[in-house]
Every structure is written in C-alpha cells, then in structure tokens.
Design a protein around this ligand. Structure first.
Ligand code: ISL
Ligand code: CA
Length: 564
C-alpha cells in the first residue's frame, strides 16, 4: 500500500496512560503502585494497546503527585522500589508493551538536593541551577502569576531573594540557560534509556526557555501562557541540543506537552527535518469549555470549533509532522463528562468518542478508566479533594470572600481530580482498587461502572474499545489516510471521510441528545455503503436519497468507495 507518511511503530502504536497513584493498589495502603500495575499488565495488553505512558514514579514529596521530583534516579516510596520498576519494565517488554516515562524537567521539587543547595547562599555552586531574582519595591521581581494561583515567585528567607515557580511554590523552575543543568537533564534521560525505556512524554517542554523578566500587561492567564511563558527564545535550541546529545541515539518515541502552542508555533517542534520531537500535545480542544477566567469558569462546548481544531491541526501536520489524538488525561475532566453525556447517554457517547479517537490521523492516547466510560465525580466538600490546583484556588476564593459553592460546582465540571479517582475494577467495596481507605475517594458509581462487569458484557464500552482498536490496527488507512470534514458548520454532527488509494471510510458522529436527519451528496456515497462499526446494537443505514436518521449520540463508520 502506498503511504503518504513513512511508517514507524510510534505512529501506529496506541498509547495507554497510567496515573499510578490511582491505578491499582497491591499492598493495601490505599495508594496505587508498580506491583499493582504489574498485576494488571495482561488486562492492559488485552485492550489492544502497544505503549504505556507512565506518569511520574520518581521520588517526590507529592505536592503535585509526582510532578515535583526530588530524585530523578529513584522511585517514590509509595510506588515501590527500583527493583519493582525493573520488573515492571521487563514484564511489559515480555508482553510487547513499550514504556514511555514522564520527563518533568521544567522544574524540580524544592526538596531536590540541587534546590536545597541552591538556596543556601548567593555563591553556592548550584545557585544558578534555578532562577533567583531580587525583589522589587518590597514585592516580587515582577507581576507574573503561577499556574496554580498566586504569584510565580516565592521569597526565600535564607538569601532574601525570590525564586521562580510557574507551578506550585514547591516546584521551583530550573534554569535551562545554565549548561550544567542541561547536562544533568541529558544524563538522567540516558540513565532511563539505558535501562531500556522506550521514550518520554515531556512535561511542559514549551516552557523551559524563559523570556525577559519584565512585568506583563496581560491579565488573562491563557494569554500569559501563549505570549509570555511558552515558546521562549531558546526553546528550539535546547530541544535540538537534547536531540543531538540523547534522543537521536535511541529508537524511542517522544511527545512534548505543549501548553501555549498553536498551529503556527506547533510545527516547529515536530517537523521532521528539525530533529526535535516526534509529537506534541496541544490543548486547543481541551480548552473548549473553559471560559475567560479559565478552568473554573466553565462554559458549553462549541462543536463547530471542536471540529475545526481537529481539521486545522491535521492539515498542519499531515506532510512532515505527526499529531497526538486524545480527549482526556490526568489534568482534565473525564472524557465522557466533558465531551459526551455522562448521564442518559453515557454508554453511547463514550463509544462515539472512542470511535472518534480511533478514526483520526495521529497517534491515539487513551487515559486509564476511559475504556470503561468512567465519569466525573462530585464530592460535597473541599476536604475530599487532593489536587494542589483545587486546594490553592479554594484558599484564594476564601481569602477574597468569593462564593465557594460556585467554585465547588465548577470543580465538579472541570477539576483535575475528576480524572484521578481510582480505577473501578469491580463492585466490591473500594472498587477492587484497595481494601483500605483510598488516597482519593472512589467514585460512588463504581457498582455499575467497573471493569469486571464490562468484561462479561459483549456490548460494553470496554469491548467496543477492543473492537475499534483491532479494526484500526488492521486498516492502516485510519492511521495514515487523508482526512476531510463534511459539512464543517453543522452544529451537532461531526462527519468526515478518511481515505487512501486502498480504502475509504465515512464516519458520522451525532454530538447531541436528539435524533438528527443527515444527508450527504452523491459524490461521497456512490455505491452501497457498508456499515462497519456502530455504537448502537443494531445497524443503521442511508435511504435512497442519501439521508440517514441518526439517533442521539449515534456514531457509525461506513466503508465507501475509494478515491473521493
Ligand atoms: O493549562 C493547561 C493546558 O494549557 C494545563 O492542563 C497544563 O497542561 C498543565 O498545567 C501542565 O501540566 C503538566 O505539568 C504540571 C502538572 O501539574 C500536570 O499534572 C502536568 O500534566 C506541572 O508539572
Ligand atoms: Ca500501594
């Protein structure tokens, strides 16, 4: 078959993201761990995925659940030991599952040895590993805000200077201008690659090069990321250096997390001849539903915009880049709650979103629990939440005298802990995740939504994943083929074609709670289209006028004649 893009394993491979704390607890301390993952490797394999993205398992005081690393060469006590990691890696490889690690090197923990030394004195050899500045007029060096609320600067009493932290104050930013810092990063990457890991997901890699340290006139945080924090002047120089020093010497995959990229800047990270990264995660579609004030200012999702974002990025990357396709991760609400209907049409809409994921061009990433249609959770009290972003925002609202009931409602819709409740394995107490008190409460709907019951049901969401994944793997048109949206302005229906010289498919997805009559023109539908996959239990078809009555949240894929 003629391919437009060069074939590689990481373009065809399907990625399963594990948030270890919430995956499976093997020693009954209420926290997921590496042995817990090992117990479930056969399950992971059975879904049909090829690659596991493991969220951080390094030593960490857990201010941000492992995204604050205090030792890059060791494993977090909660998760086990280096022996457990080695066992996890080799057992995964035995099953032909590749492992990619989370690389968090924009910042460390304030409990990392480098930072403990750096803060000691102005002339400490590690001083320049971080970004220290003098205060201005009795306050921080500038007015930059942090991702997790409050200023991005913290005064350290030992030397009376401020250090920069884009995230929590326990996550000081590394100074990438310092060549020693860069060398440390390359060394630790080699340590893991020499163990045999198969690549990295690079946390906020767009943020590593800082700009001028002047005050910003911008007030919207999204704009501050886009215009000030992301894509700094030396970011590509650093990544190219990392590629020369490390990446190019291994057969691995790399995906950069890209807050602040847009279709103009995005290609620069992944264009083949630039020798940087294989893929990026952009968040354009994930930010839909977040209003001007951000995550805790929710608004409805506009499907026309949603569609155009997928088209724009596909168009950008199709020649000499490659995209990442995902609808959820550990930082966002549950996929079915955000983009589907997690109530009356939970099963249908979760399957519709699955069909979307696996019929788009790019590497597909799924997040633990989405394969059974896990939903958002609504705890009654802030005490039940763990996320540093939620906690900090709550304190800020209390200080400002704002209505925290309103915040609680927003947290139910958009908070990060929605995606972090433990995986629901069965209907026993604590959902089979643990026998003790879990670190974060289980979603009370585990009795009806769990892996065990879906294993037994041939029409379950889980079995739908398996079906669609197998189909994609044996029909590479869905991986590499062209992509075109039909009726891009239709407010509820996402309809598109995928095709190459060999095959052509038409996908129809009804993103609404009601039936819709949809018509396509003769050019697209010549011949008698065959319904290959559907999320309802009986097939649907076009009438003689090329019309089809789509049911609520119905998603269908037809095979159509090629060469449209
Ligand atoms: O605002 C966002 C997108 O523009 C975020 O969701 C963004 O992806 C995020 O804040 C960066 O996330 C990553 O780095 C954080 C960590 O808390 C997240 O869990 C991680 O995915 C700091 O390391
Ligand atoms: Ca445990």
């Amino acid at each position: 078959m003629k391919q437009r893009q060069k074939r590689t394993w990481w373009k065809e491979g399907i990625v399963y993201q594990i948030y270890p704390r919430s995956f499976n607890d093997s020693n009954q301390d209420g926290i997921g761990d590496l042995q817990g993952i090992i117990e479930k490797l056969d399950y992971i394999k059975s879904i049909g995925v090829d690659i596991i993205w493991l969220c951080p398992v390094y030593k960490s005081p857990n201010d941000d659940n492992g995204y604050d690393i205090s030792d890059y060469y060791d494993i977090m006590d909660d998760f086990g030991t280096m022996d457990d990691f080695d066992e996890f890696l080799s057992k995964s490889h035995d099953l032909d599952l590749k492992i990619i690690m989370d690389l968090v090197v924009n910042h460390t923990s304030d409990e990392h040895e480098w930072f403990k030394e750096s803060r000691l004195s102005l002339d400490n050899p590690k001083r320049d590993y971080y970004i220290w500045k003098k205060g201005k007029e009795g306050g921080p060096p500038n007015n930059w805000p942090s991702f997790f609320r409050g200023p991005a600067w913290e005064l350290d009493s030992i030397t009376n200077e401020y250090y920069l932290h884009y995230f929590s104050k326990k996550q000081p930013d590394l100074n990438w201008e310092n060549p020693k810092v860069r060398q440390e990063v390359y060394d630790l990457m080699k340590f893991w690659l020499d163990k045999g890991v198969d690549g990295f997901r690079m946390d906020v890699i767009t943020l590593i090069s800082k700009r001028h340290f002047n005050d910003t006139p911008l007030s919207e945080f999204g704009e501050i990321i886009n215009q000030l924090y992301a894509n700094g002047p030396r970011v590509h120089e650093y990544i190219q250096e990392m590629n020369r020093e490390v990446l190019q010497n291994y057969d691995i995959m790399t995906v950069g997390e890209g807050p602040g990229i847009n279709p103009e800047s995005g290609l620069n990270y992944v264009k083949e001849d630039r020798n940087e990264l294989n893929m990026m995660f952009h968040f354009d579609h994930m930010m839909l539903g977040f209003g001007p004030e951000g995550r805790f200012d929710p608004e409805p999702i506009d499907i026309v915009k949603f569609k155009s974002i997928f088209f724009q990025w596909d168009d950008l990357l199709k020649k000499d880049g490659w995209g990442s396709i995902f609808l959820g991760n550990h930082d966002f609400p549950r996929m079915v709650s955000k983009f589907g209907n997690d109530d009356q049409y939970r099963v249908e809409s979760a399957k519709l979103l699955t069909l979307l994921l696996f019929t788009l061009r790019g590497t597909v990433y799924i997040y633990q629990g989405d394969e059974i249609g896990m939903t958002n959770v609504a705890f009654d009290s802030f005490d039940d939440y763990n996320d540093v972003e939620i906690r900090n925002t709550y304190h800020e609202w209390v200080e400002k005298g704002l209505d925290t009931n309103k915040l609680l409602k927003a947290v139910h819709i958009s908070g990060r802990d929605n995606a972090r409740t433990p995986v629901q394995w069965n209907d026993t107490p604590n959902a089979g995740f643990t026998t003790e008190d879990p670190w974060l409460k289980i979603n009370p709907n585990y009795k009806s939504i769990n892996v065990e019951s879906q294993e037994k049901d041939k029409n379950s969401i889980l079995n739908f994943y398996r079906q669609v994944i197998q189909f994609r793997k044996s029909h590479l048109t869905l991986v590499y083929g062209e992509f075109l949206i039909i009726q891009p302005h239709h407010p509820d229906i996402f309809a598109y074609k995928r095709w190459d010289d060999d095959k052509a498919y038409l996908v129809l997805l009804n993103f609404s709670d009601h039936g819709q009559l949809f018509q396509v023109d003769d050019k697209i539908l010549s011949g008698n289209p065959e319904c290959l996959i559907t999320n309802y239990n009986d097939k649907n078809q076009f009438d003689l006028n090329n019309k089809i009555e789509l049911r609520p949240w119905e998603g269908i894929m037809f095979e159509i004649l090629s060469n449209g």
